[in-house]
Design a protein around this ligand. Structure first.
Ligand SMILES: [Zn+2]
Ligand SMILES: [Zn+2]
Length: 143
């Protein structure tokens, strides 16, 4: 994601209003590696700015996606996850117990759909999701 001060001018350049509410969201996402859900972002934003609405958080996150500033991930944890790391191509490890999502850099250059299965399909993007149980959850289940 673009640094917060530049993001403010980017928003203005494309005619979007930069309210204090939006700036709170920019700041919360800056350098965030937690892949927060929109709801988690809303909770964090509300702690700083009680007047913010969930709708504003949704809108802002979608505007950021339209500008290519964040990726919205559907990783099967029930809620969309917001990923501000758009600079470095990466994949994800997802804990099926707590929903934690972590970045993982893995080389997928060699991953190909077999020609027989492709049937003219043009692959544009590859997203790898490693599902399993994180160390914290594994530890918690060992009584
Ligand atoms: Zn976990
Ligand atoms: Zn990520």
């Amino acid at each position: 994601m673009t640094p917060v001060d530049e993001l403010t001018s980017r928003f203005r350049d494309v005619g979007l209003r930069v309210t204090p509410q939006r700036q709170v969201i920019f700041r919360l996402l800056d350098g965030n590696v937690e892949h927060p859900t929109v709801e988690a972002l809303y909770d964090a934003a509300r702690a700083e700015m009680p007047t913010i609405s969930l709708k504003t958080v949704y809108q802002t996150v979608h505007e950021l996606e339209d500008l290519g500033e964040v990726h919205l991930l559907h990783v099967g944890t029930g809620s969309v996850r917001v990923d501000p790391n758009v600079e470095h191509p990466h994949h994800h490890m997802i804990c099926t117990q707590c929903g934690r999502v972590r970045d993982v850099v893995v080389d997928v250059a060699g991953l190909r759909v077999p020609a027989a299965a492709r049937a003219g399909f043009a692959v544009a993007d590859v997203q790898v999701h490693f599902r399993g149980v994180c160390a914290e959850c594994a530890g918690a289940s060992e009584v």
